[in-house]
Design a protein around this ligand. Structure first.
Ligand SMILES: [Cu+2]
Length: 142
């Protein structure tokens, strides 16, 4: 009664799927042989240094899309923050939770899609004094 032919096929297919998944997982760690001299840029998540000061934002203007770690460093003597706007948009897609004190470092994680962005500090008067920058977020090379 329990061994109906129709019930066997789905479990057989499940078995094949599971084996495929295991094989894929098993291959991933071995795909990259250990290379002690491999540059740090091969890390899974890029860390981008962002310097905030009066009145400029210092960071690379081309960064790779995806999950990016921003290391925000207030190197000035005033409060600063950071907002990320898609070019031409009035609403930021990301912003610091609060202003960053002079001398402080905040490390945050941001998921960025490819495109053109404008990053700014929105402490009063800072943007108009030059504290903004256009950046290009580019598709990560395969
Ligand atoms: Cu500022």
């Amino acid at each position: 009664m329990r061994s109906q032919p129709g019930r066997r096929w789905p479990s057989a297919r499940l078995g094949v799927t599971a084996i495929t998944a295991v094989a894929t997982l098993g291959c991933t760690p071995g795909a990259e042989p250990p290379r002690p001299d491999a540059p740090a840029t091969r890390a899974a998540v890029d860390t981008v240094e962002v310097a905030l000061l009066e009145y400029a934002i210092g960071m690379p203007t081309r960064i790779a899309a995806g999950n990016v770690v921003l290391r925000l460093s207030n190197q000035g003597f005033e409060l600063h923050n950071l907002k990320v706007f898609p070019s031409g948009a009035d609403t930021p897609i990301w912003q610091t939770a609060s202003d960053i004190n002079p001398g402080e470092v905040e490390v945050v994680s941001v998921d960025l899609e490819p495109g053109s962005y404008n990053v700014r500090c929105d402490v009063a008067g800072h943007d108009t004094r030059g504290m903004h920058l256009n950046i290009e977020v580019e598709e990560r090379a395969p």
